[in-house]
Design a protein around this ligand. Structure first.
Ligand code: FAD
Length: 467
């Protein structure tokens, strides 16, 4: 390995963090504490020009490149052993144009940054449900969230992007400029370059929304899910819901004696007037005997960050993911049976209700492929850093067995929920053959040497053919 201090990037204005730097361990840490990689250099960029200089240096030196947005991906692809990390974490500015209703967002921003600035104008765009998730990776994979049924996926709201290509050039991509690249960026992940900024369309949202979770005892899971299936069948687009199967997390408003009790939750956000949200949510809140009902008028910003502390940085995570066409009786039985087998009180499964504007966008309009599925789902095994390997094995096995049981009902997968052991077959599954091939063609134009491959990789056809 080259001596750490030997690397300099001509013209670089950000911070270069080498293994001898006092911030190195913090800088190489990602959200998933189970990921422990040691890059040779972390190039913390101050802007697109720095990212371009870092790409050129990496290519000159033959260094592996990883790109870090929010550092939140469960697979930890934002860092790589012995390579260079193009770290955008210092690039978090968000600038709102309230007249045009757009936001210009730097590539390392978190959703908390976007929500904070856009809600100052009563505006929002579809973002992730945990506010410490990065805009970069989430947007490039598709972007699902509370607002998607009303306003589309994050990628449906992308207006343009500034991209540092594999050649180290800075280009703009939109429906007019580099339209093939623009199409690929909207679902194809970090395969096509470093996105230094995104411009998103915004919509009036809140600032107060009717939102929150209702929890029932886990013993009621089957009944709740059957009721929920009917409840969402004619849900308005404004209503975003997620089912969470696990325990009641220790949220501030939850009584101590209820914390970590096995439970099923329906978590909601109504992206419209509060009174209409109250009406839309009445039936689900009145179903059975909830243990806790935390639904109420709340600020959209607070709702967006409401579960942040249930998935903090540094805990250890392992995910399995699948999409589901719908909630048949068989699927409901599997969800109810397997959710209760997790031994860690922090492990859970999340089932996102899709449809609405997501399904109405034309298939193929973006590289996000699965617009017709009923639900995106992730099974999230969670354990603490100081717990031993046995706990890790047990929780990991729980997620795998849960996933295996769903095999007959699987309907694709959301690429951003794939973990490190999900290989090329699952990336193909995520895109389907047609989208995968089209992405590979764009890859051949913009990154024929597969410089950006520490991601859920789309190989250019030439490299694929050579193997
Ligand atoms: P990073 O780990 O920084 O990046 C992941 C990859 O994305 C990188 O390897 C790189 O290839 C690419 N990348 C990131 N930024 C850039 C950039 N600016 N330019 C080029 N490439 C880039 N997804 C949803 O859609 N909706 C959700 O509600 C949601 N909730 C989540 C909650 C949690 C707790 C977690 C862990 C994940 C969640 N996700 C959600 C998944 C999320 O979309 C992915 O984890 C995503 O990769 C996170 O983006 P990031 O920038 O933080 O990740």
């Amino acid at each position: 390995m080259t001596a750490p201090t030997a690397i300099r990037i001509p013209g670089f204005r950000g911070n270069l963090i080498t293994p001898d730097h006092r911030c190195y361990d913090d800088a190489r840490a990602v959200w998933n504490g189970a990921v422990d990689r040691r890059p040779r250099l972390i190039a913390r960029c101050s802007g697109a020009a720095d990212a371009a200089a870092a790409v050129r240096l990496a290519r000159d030196r033959g260094l592996e490149i990883a790109v870090r947005g929010g550092g939140h991906n469960v697979a930890g692809t934002a860092v790589w052993d012995d390579g260079i990390v193009i770290d955008l974490s210092a690039m978090r500015s968000v600038s709102v144009d309230p007249v045009k209703r757009t936001a210009l967002v730097q590539g390392g921003a978190l959703w908390a940054d976007v929500d904070h600035e856009t809600q100052a104008h009563g505006l929002a765009t579809t973002g992730g449900i945990v506010s410490h998730t990065g805009v970069g990776g989430l947007s490039l994979g598709g972007g699902i969230g509370w607002l998607m049924r009303k306003h589309g996926l994050t990628v449906d709201n992308l207006v343009e992007a500034e991209v540092v290509t594999a050649e180290g050039e800075i280009v703009h991509a939109s429906t007019d400029d580099h339209p093939d690249l623009f199409w690929a960026l909207r679902g194809g992940g970090g395969n096509f370059g470093v996105v230094s900024s995104f411009r998103f369309a915004l919509h009036p949202v809140g600032p107060t929304v009717m939102a929150g979770p209702v929890f029932w005892a886990a013993a009621n899971t089957t009944d709740v899910l059957r009721f929920y299936r009917d409840f969402i069948a004619d849900a308005p687009d404004e209503l975003g819901t997620i089912v969470r199967l696990g325990t009641i997390p220790p949220l501030p408003l939850v009584d101590r004696d209820l914390r970590f009790r096995p439970a099923i939750a329906v978590v909601s956000c109504y992206a419209g007037p509060v009174e209409a949200g109250e009406r839309a949510l009445r039936a689900i809140r009145q179903f059975g005997t909830p243990l806790v009902d935390l639904v109420g008028p709340t600020s959209y910003v607070d709702h967006q960050s409401g579960i942040d502390d249930t998935v903090p940085h540094g805990w250890h995570y392992y995910w399995k993911a699948t999409n589901l066409a719908g909630l048949s009786d068989e699927v409901i039985d599997i969800l109810a049976g397997h959710a209760s087998r997790a031994t860690s009180p922090r492990s859970y499964a999340a089932v996102f209700h899709m449809g609405g504007a997501v399904a109405r966008a034309a298939r193929g309009s973006t590289a996000y492929p699965d617009r017709d599925v009923g639900h995106d789902m992730s099974i999230d095994a969670v354990w603490l850093p100081d717990q031993d390997d046995t706990v890790a094995s047990v929780e990991t096995a729980w997620a795998r067995e849960f996933f295996d049981a769903l095999e007959p009902h699987r309907a694709g997968v959301y690429v951003n929920f794939l973990d490190a052991d999900d290989g090329e077959d699952r990336v193909r599954e995520a895109y389907g053959d047609d989208t995968f091939r089209r992405l590979a063609d764009v890859k051949a134009r913009y990154d024929p040497e597969n410089v950006f491959h520490h991601n859920k990789n789309i190989q250019p056809p030439r490299i694929f053919a050579d193997r």
